[in-house]
Design a protein around this ligand. Structure first.
Ligand code: 6PG
Length: 481
């Protein structure tokens, strides 16, 4: 019983988190299903450090101080249940299991309830920041048994990314709250990435900017308060990399079909289930799916010809408008993500602190950005803010830029360039800011064909009209003009 922390699963995220914990002064025990992986780790990256390797789960558990703190870093889904089942007979009351994979939050809810009922404690922890973040300082989103978090706090606050107002970790909430927040982080990540892709498409294919110019534009955007972020920074870097075989920018050699592991779609599924509009994130997930129809698109490109119009405006001025459109769309995307967290907090009893969620995303994670500081302040100032767009700093920013945003979306439509996330964001803004939408007609239709009833704006109650007979009885000339 010498080690203070255990890690099961030595794929790259597991290895890097283990190294991070050990570097911060906590002796670590490691276990991996295949012995070779453990041996390789111990002989290379772990050499000379305070690690103990175990080759059976019994030895692994026996090497840990109590209450045992065991981080499970295996593939999300059935492998997590399998590891928990193997561990359970070896554990004592109060031992802490942590799932640090990208698990579906409902799985985490189920596991937390089952383990808590058996006197164990469980933390479902979202980890963001990729391989480098895991090693040097990720953003951590732990949820589950509060008492278990209190035991882990000294470790988690040390290994997390550090920003001006503290480590990028906080207790998120009970059950699957941590994995829920990580899921929404990923939905927002999808939105950001799609919005950047659309800005790139417009600047490359409408304005004709080359890789060097694209690098310069993104590098410049990364110096602005509005857009300074990890994703803009790496985008600027991407345009500097040439393919050694062909000598052309590597990005131009990459097949335009995006992969996805599922967290973006989970965000969409859940938003639809609990009734929160997240059109930008839906557009981002759909755009990845559409991109995967490569062969069909190549065939369709020959048949379905778009407009032949070309851009004839001022390139520099349009680049600035694309930047504004990107920022407005980004505000809408985050407004959707935060609104989703707020609703989920009520539906699932997560009791989320939205300002804290934004704060722990300020460093370490993929969506880290200066902009998150403003979101934190907006929710700190008004924890019951109904929508981010109504926060004073965001409201004026979007109003000041809306004409540029509209021009970009209109130009894209005129030239036949799809900007699904830019347009979905603008539609979100224009729907949210309208006091009357056309769904009065939808309600009339529903009542017409299905007697689904409707409410009225002039008096309370639930109404039904026998539309077909009333409509038949009104002679055409009598209709109101
Ligand atoms: C993170 C990322 C990470 C994610 C990958 C791939 O926060 O570090 O969100 O968890 O799994 O970036 O995601 P997709 O394959 O779905 O794009």
């Amino acid at each position: 019983m010498t080690q203070q922390f255990g890690v099961i699963g030595l794929a790259v995220m597991g290895e890097n988190l283990a190294l991070n914990v050990e570097r911060n002064g906590f002796p670590v025990a490691v276990y991996n299903r295949s012995r070779e992986k453990t041996d390789e780790f111990m002989a290379t990256r772990a050499k000379g450090k305070n690690f103990v390797a175990a080759y059976t789960l019994e030895d692994f558990v026996a090497s840990l101080e109590r209450p045992r703190k065991i981080l499970i870093m295996v593939k999300a889904g059935a492998p997590v249940d399998a590891v928990i089942d193997q561990l359970k007979p070896l554990l004592d009351e109060g031992d802490i299991l942590i799932d640090g994979g990208n698990s579906l939050f409902t799985d985490t809810q189920r596991r937390a309830a089952a383990l808590e009922s058996e006197k164990f404690t469980f933390i479902g922890m979202g980890v963001s920041g990729g391989e480098e973040g895991a090693l040097l300082g990720p953003s951590l989103m732990p949820g589950g048994t509060k008492q278990a978090y209190d035991y882990l706090e000294p470790i988690l606050t040390r290994i997390a990314a550090q920003v001006d107002d503290g480590p990028c970790v906080t207790y998120i909430g009970p059950g699957g709250a941590g994995h829920y927040v990580k899921m929404v982080h990923n939905g927002i990540e999808y939105g950001d990435m799609q919005l950047i892709a659309e800005a790139y498409d417009l600047m490359k294919n409408v304005l004709g900017l080359n890789a060097t110019q694209l690098h310069e534009v993104f590098a410049e955007w990364n110096t602005t308060d509005e857009l300074n972020s990890y994703l803009i920074e790496i985008t600027a870097d991407v345009f500097k990399v040439m393919d050694p075989d062909t000598g052309i920018p590597l990005v131009d050699e990459i097949l335009d079909a995006a992969g996805q592991k599922g967290t973006g779609r989970w965000t969409v599924d859940n938003a639809l289930e609990i009734g929160v509009p997240i059109p930008t994130i839906i557009a981002a997930v759909t755009a990845r799916i559409m991109s995967s129809y490569k062969q069909e698109r190549v065939a369709a490109a020959k048949e379905l010809v778009g407009p032949s119009t070309t851009f004839d405006g001022d390139v520099k001025a349009f680049v600035a408008k694309v930047r504004d459109a990107l920022y407005c769309s980004k505000m809408c995307s985050y407004a959707q993500g935060m609104a989703l967290l707020s609703k989920a907090s009520q539906v699932y009893g997560f009791n989320l602190n939205l300002g804290e969620c934004a704060r722990i995303w300020k460093g370490g994670c993929i969506i880290r950005a200066g902009f998150l500081n403003k979101i934190k302040h907006a929710f700190d100032d008004n924890p019951s803010l109904p929508n981010l767009l109504l926060a004073p700093e965001f409201k004026q920013s979007i109003l000041d830029r809306q004409s540029a945003w509209r021009e970009v979306v209109a130009t894209a439509a005129r030239l036949g360039i799809a900007v699904p996330a830019f347009s979905a964001s603008l539609d979100y803004f224009d729907s949210y800011r309208r006091d009357r939408l056309p769904q009065n007609l939808t309600q009339a239709q529903r009542d017409y064909f299905g007697a689904h009833t409707y409410e009225r704006i002039d008096k309370p109650g639930v109404f039904h009209t026998d539309w077909i007979h009333v409509a038949d009885e009104v002679p055409e000339p009598m209709m109101a003009k």
